[in-house]
Design a protein around this ligand. Structure first.
Ligand code: NDP
Length: 283
């Protein structure tokens, strides 16, 4: 499987696991836990959660899924902008660690920009790093201007990642942000890469491309093509959410797919790349 390397030298597989909405429905809990464990068994490492998701239900579920195997996981969490003061990040991080049943996060992100000055949030992240509560920090939903502003803040440790919406539904970041992040060595984490399982997966072009490919599981699916399309980008880490082992297995097999130039051209014909700056879209 393709890897990505963060600016601090940490290397992880380019396919990870999202967890928004996991833990919300007790009837699905077992399947969700099995899904995360199957991903880890299959070699995935990155698990992405946030204090916002289900007000801690996602973190609690992730904690249950990774219990006894913390070292297999590259754990990413996100702090709400309203908690992103210097003291606030410490309190929020401590609460998240408790729900997750661990003593550190591998990567802690500012979920989106709020009114607290970036310098203060970053100082809070650096405090957490010194305290051993996090290994690295980054941001989410930062557009080009936000990233430039962040780059002007002097920090002992670099911003390691920018987590943004990137899928065939939302290609705007291809115009500038992806290249800028890559040039700075910052990993772009692509969220909602499957278009949240919505209309994108019914796109005729994805069905046509899928019909030309096989994975070890059998004929490729539109979801696998959508995911392989995101994973084709160097320096991009995709974090689809699979609430069941069936979807997790299918997503892992997507990493086997090599889209051809003809596939990519056909996709561009149906869903064109951006030709001008588009403001960063967010969910
Ligand atoms: P995704 O694009 O990952 O889509 C998830 C949906 O796709 C679910 O309904 C899931 O169903 C379905 N699905 C998963 N695998 C398959 C498959 N192989 N075939 C068909 N359907 C499939 O959307 P998310 O919004 O969940 O994004 C992924 C992650 O990104 C989030 O979970 C979260 O961790 C992160 N995120 C971050 C944001 C931010 O602001 N930083 C914002 C939004 C998301 P099922 O559950 O039944 O498997």
């Amino acid at each position: 499987m393709k890897n990505v390397t963060f600016p601090n030298g940490m290397t992880v597989p380019a396919l990870g696991m999202g967890t928004w909405n996991l833990g919300d429905d007790n009837a699905r809990r077992d399947a969700e836990i099995r899904s995360i464990r199957m991903g880890l068994d299959g070699g995935l490492r990155v698990v992405d959660t946030a204090e916002m998701y289900g007000s801690g239900r996602s973190e609690r579920l992730v904690g249950a899924a990774i219990a006894g195997r913390r070292d297999d996981v590259y754990l990413v969490d996100k702090v709400l902008p309203s908690n992103a003061s210097r003291a606030g990040v410490r309190k929020a991080c401590a609460a998240s660690l408790k729900l997750l049943g661990t003593d550190h996060l591998d990567l802690y992100l500012l979920h989106w920009r709020g009114s607290i000055p970036l310098e203060e949030t970053v100082a809070g992240f650096e405090d957490l790093k010194r305290a051993g509560m996090i290994r690295a920090w980054g941001v989410s939903n930062f557009d080009v201007d936000d990233m430039r502003e962040l780059a002007r803040i002097h920090t002992p440790d670099p911003c390691c990642a920018n987590q943004v919406l990137y899928s065939l539904d939302y290609r705007g970041v291809e115009y500038d942000l992806l290249g800028d992040d890559r040039a700075a060595g910052i990993v772009t984490m692509a969220y909602s890469p499957l278009g949240q399982g919505g209309e994108l997966l019914d796109a005729a072009v994805l069905r046509r491309v899928a019909a030309r490919h096989e994975t070890s599981l059998g004929p490729a699916t539109p979801a696998q093509v959508a995911l392989a399309w995101v994973l084709r980008q160097p320096g991009v880490l995709a974090i689809p959410k699979a609430g069941s082992p069936v979807h997790q297995r299918e997503n892992m097999a997507a990493a086997e797919l090599e889209l051809t130039k003809a596939d990519l051209a056909e996709i561009d014909g149906a869903i064109p790349p951006p030709r001008r700056k588009e403001s960063l879209a967010m969910i």
